[in-house]
Ligand binder design. Sequence first.
Ligand SMILES: [Fe+2]
Length: 339
Amino acid sequence: MEKLLAHISHLEINSPDVESSVAFYVEKFGMREIHRADGTVYLRCWGDYSTYSLAVAPGSAPGLQRMAWRVTSAAALEAAARRVEATGISGTWSTGGYGFGRAYEFEGPSGHPMRLVWDVDKYEADADHASVFPDRPERRSDHAGAPRFLDHVTVATQDVRAFINWHVETLGFRAMAYTDLDEAPITVFGVLTTNEKSHDLGVVLDTSDVRGRVNHIAFWVDTYEELALCADVLMERGTGMEYGPSVHGIGEQNFLYFREPSSLRVELNSGGYRNYVPDWEPVTWLPSDGSNNLYRNGAMPMSMTESFPAADGYTATEEGLSVEMKHEVLTAYSDHGRG
Ligand SMILES: [Fe+2]
């Protein structure tokens, strides 16, 4: 398959209180408001080459409204749409929206609205925001620990391996790693990438019957020092750290997690390895290998198993399951006569 997808482009999220969420992303986290229309506010990181990477739209509950991926060419957009339609999914063509042109939109196999786009508006800084360096879209933010880019999104699905297989076979994602339980070959987490990053799409197991949920959205800073500074700045401004800073085993990125005012989980990453291997065979980790916490000494808070919007049932994390979820999935597993 020719390479179809280039990178994650932007995310649209829902918040019951858009203004509170936007105030958080701008004043505490260091993003910048760039546009607003019809109740949706568009935010950018200083290093985003396109106009924005996050749109905050009104909604009754926190959640992911849509994830957008940039394809590698106009021809790749047509090819990707054909491949999606060939799986039995019917998408629609959009003439475009704020910051992007013609786009193919569809609901992914686990109920996540997706957008594929080639034409995106490049960000052109005004004199107040222009960088002294010619390849930066904007000068570095003055805000301590401000994110440079959007990094990835981690969503929830009822079948991690099926979700990953669909994205690999249909859109050419590379499957990079899985986490199976120590107790049984049940896959609770996996990561995919469109490029050399260890992942730009993650997926956790969801035992709820609500489709299209999200576990977290994630941004990037260049260095661990900036990541630690971000944690410090947020703590000083009343936002606690849900988990981290620490280092993931899978991908080897530094991480920290916190919540924005809607309760949606936000992650910040730096570091991590680059992987260019075109025929990479995905690796299966166990939580005891340190899949989530490289040092194997983390006490992950069980709040990390919450996904959005809230639903009955459980979601996993990179590190595995809560006691309650483990009981549920292992009981279902043994009820099928396996183990
Ligand atoms: Fe993540």
